[in-house]
Design a binder for this molecule. Structure first.
Ligand code: IPE
Ligand code: IPE
Ligand code: MG
Length: 228
């Protein structure tokens, strides 16, 4: 079985640069360059939803220069460079996370790319930027309460509609690059029954061969959802 939704924790940009004696920014640039390549491969594999963890709510605690590089320069540049290409490849872009901490120009760039691609059907690309799973759950709770919903109507299904992922199915497979085995506040609600796969490969080197390996491992897993 091919997963319908793959979510990736794109980790290891810093280490990719460090083993090459390069600055961390060089690794982040290489990481961003890899995104459109991976999206194209996922389209070829007929994956319908791809979520990429690009910047967490905790990543604001990094040195200011690195944060500025990631949130201002790199994000702005990659939207400008990639939106048209993704649009013509049939990619629908969704953002998961806050936009409040980003500058106005960047916010409107993100909104424009979402609007431009909203009717595309080939694959949905969910970009988690300034995203944190706990924060998402708190935000959803506030939205739920202010929606005027009655106590009886609150259940897992109605609650999940208030998450950033709204109508998107839960990830079938979570991939983490760079050898770590932790969730780092990513999609806490949505990954309740996702299969987890970790590879030593750093994100900038994550390629088709790596994707094939992950898909092969996934195809051998037996998903039980609590059943026997
Ligand atoms: C992932 O690479 C990108 C972000 C978290 C923004 P890292 O920057 O975490 O790379 P390592 O973990 O230091 O190698
Ligand atoms: C997780 O990577 C966040 C992203 C990939 C955007 P981190 O590198 O921030 O995670 P920790 O700090 O190692 O858990
Ligand atoms: Mg990291």
């Amino acid at each position: 079985m091919i997963p319908k939704h793959i979510a990736i924790i794109m980790d290891g940009n810093g280490r990719w640069a460090s083993v090459r004696n390069k600055a961390r920014a060089v690794g982040h640039q290489a990481g961003v360059d890899n995104i459109s390549r991976v999206v194209e491969i996922m389209i070829k594999k007929e994956i319908k939803f791809l979520t990429l963890f690009a910047f967490s709510t905790e990543n604001w605690s990094r040195p200011i220069r690195e944060v500025e590089f990631l949130t201002e320069q790199l994000l702005a540049k990659s939207i400008s460079l990639n939106t048209e290409r993704l649009h013509s490849a049939g990619v629908k872009i969704i953002h998961l996370g806050n936009k409040d901490n980003l500058n106005g120009k960047l916010k409107s760039k993100i909104n424009d790319s979402i609007k431009l691609t909203k009717n595309n059907k080939k694959i949905t690309l969910l970009v988690a930027f300034d995203y944190g799973g706990r924060q998402e759950i708190v935000r959803a709770t506030k939205k739920l309460l202010s929606s005027g919903i009655s106590l009886e109507e609150i259940n897992e299904k109605s609650f999940s509609k208030f998450l950033f992922t709204g109508q998107v199915p839960d990830p079938d497979l979570v991939i983490r690059t760079a050898g770590e085995f932790r969730i780092s506040n990513f999609l806490l609600w949505q990954t309740a029954y996702s299969e987890f796969y970790s590879t030593e490969t750093f994100w900038p080197d994550f390629n088709e061969n790596e994707i094939d390996k992950a898909l092969l491992v996934y195809s051998k897993r037996k998903r039980k959802f609590g059943n026997v």
